[in-house]
Design a protein around this ligand. Structure first.
Ligand SMILES: N[C@@H](CCC(=O)N[C@@H](CS)C(=O)NCC(=O)O)C(=O)O
Length: 231
């Protein structure tokens, strides 16, 4: 969703750069930061605590999920996928948008599977202390079944499309990384989708991931602008 801030004085912009409200470990904020990184967009990043969101974030985006991107003209982009699209519409040095445009319905359907049912099973698997052991395994396996679609999509070059990263890879890798992190040993030794393991490993070893996972102190009003990415 895109909204407009009415009182532009509410936005403290640094050199007219977009401001990204982010939370380092959030997979949705990660996908937004990956898009910022790959589109070579310069922005100001504000790391937030989900347990103590700054009022500046809640004022510009009452639903107050992260990521949120606020542009100098007052436009506020409140969904991670829309932030990705905005970044690549402004600058797309790796031509991500051409594959996206050609295969939009397929890509949206797969992102929908990962953001929807996969994320639901992942949360139940990850926070399984609230459930019994049997449920934990059941939810892990249901999430794993959904991953068969992605496994079938990954080609011999270990991308979902052609011979390069795409919008789809960037959008879903952070959630699949989160799935792996719940039980690394099981994922490495027993998770059946071999191509996914290889594809995820390439991502885990990438410069892009190191850049987007740099730790920033939690932002508070009055702090100096923290630019992102650092390079
Ligand atoms: N559909 C949203 C989902 C964003 C989302 O759910 N972010 C989580 C953090 S991973 C959040 O901000 N939750 C709000 C909270 O925990 O208060 C998007 O893609 O941007």
């Amino acid at each position: 969703m895109v909204r407009k801030v009415k009182n532009l004085l509410m936005i403290s912009n640094y050199n007219d750069m977009p401001v990204l409200y982010s939370f380092r470990r959030c997979p949705f904020a990660m996908r937004a930061r990956l898009a910022i990184y790959y589109s070579k967009t310069e922005c100001v990043i504000r790391e937030v605590l989900l347990s103590n969101k700054p009022k500046e974030l809640v004022e510009i985006s009452p639903k107050a999920t992260v990521p949120v991107m606020c542009l100098a003209n007052g436009l506020v982009i409140e969904e991670s996928l829309e932030i990705m699209e905005w970044c690549f519409e402004v600058n797309d040095p790796y031509n991500f948008m051409s594959i996206y445009t050609q295969h939009k319905s397929d890509i949206k359907r797969m992102i929908g599977l990962i953001d929807g049912p996969f994320k639901d099973y992942l949360d139940k698997y990850k926070y399984s202390s609230r459930y019994n052991h049997e449920d934990k395994i059941k939810n892990r396996n249901k999430a794993c079944d959904i991953l068969s679609e992605i496994e079938n999509k990954i080609n011999d070059s270990y991308y979902t499309f052609d011979y390069q990263l795409s919008y789809l890879d960037l959008a879903i890798l952070p959630l699949i990384r989160q799935y792996m992190l719940v039980d690394k040993d099981w994922f490495t030794t027993s998770m059946p989708h071999k191509k996914i393991k290889h594809w995820l490993n390439n991502f885990l070893e990438s410069d892009a991931l190191s850049e987007v996972m740099v730790k920033f102190p939690v932002w508070k009003r009055g702090d100096e602008a923290q630019l992102f990415p650092l390079i």
